[in-house]
Design a protein around this ligand. Structure first.
Ligand SMILES: O=C(O)CCC(=O)C(=O)O
Ligand SMILES: [Fe+2]
Length: 198
């Protein structure tokens, strides 16, 4: 299916609910769950260390070093599977990506809190391509200060691709809340362009 705009003021969202066929998404979920170097990193919040409520991994070109939630990420080199996915996502998004952040939500208790992907190394108007595999989870967007608009919920099925572009990160935050529904794992890949650092 093609990418289709989701209208939202101050944002630029494009969504394809069926970017990958179901069977391919399921096979990728299995191979990436087994083959990726997952870590549970700590996050520092208000001077205290907490384990992140999900597993993560960072792959990319060598210069795509990234600081995120006070953690510095050295990318691991692309695997053939991730490299092939990058090329397909680049073609669909009509954009280039030098890195991918992978998040594994092991069940409904794993989550991602409210944030915007607005780190300086992403630039003021980043293009972020988010590919979802596995259990359907609800993605939430809420307006940042200065924009009065109700939040948006978007269910992200396995094989779906969501692009966030333009001023989206400046005007909106997003999150992946916990759920009490009994769900299997969900794996999310966000392809990004990170400006190189010395
Ligand atoms: O898992 C998701 O859909 C969101 C991931 C996300 O926001 C991020 O990696 O910055
Ligand atoms: Fe994000």
């Amino acid at each position: 299916m093609p990418l289709t705009p989701i209208p939202l003021p101050g944002a630029d969202l494009q969504f394809d609910p069926a970017f990958l066929p179901e069977a391919e998404a399921a096979a990728l979920l299995a191979s990436l769950t087994a083959g990726v170097a997952w870590e549970q990193r700590n996050i520092r919040l208000f001077g205290q260390e907490f384990p992140q409520p999900r597993l993560t991994a960072w792959y990319g070109d060598a210069e795509a070093r990234y600081t995120y939630s006070n953690l510095t990420w050295e990318p691991r080199p692309w695997t053939p599977t991730l490299q092939a996915l990058r090329q397909r996502v680049e073609a669909a998004a009509n954009a280039r990506f030098n890195s991918v952040l992978l998040n594994l939500y092991r069940d409904g208790r794993d989550s991602m809190g409210w944030h915007a992907d607005d780190e300086p190394e992403l630039g003021p108007t980043p293009i972020i391509a988010s590919l979802s595999l596995g259990a359907l989870r609800r993605f939430r967007l809420r307006a940042r200060a200065g924009l009065a608009h109700p939040p948006l919920s978007l269910d992200l099925p396995s094989g779906s691709l969501l692009l966030m572009r333009g001023a989206t990160q400046q005007n909106w935050q997003h999150a992946l809340p916990k759920t009490t529904r009994l769900l299997g794992p969900r794996l999310n890949l966000t392809f990004r362009w990170v400006a190189g650092q010395a």
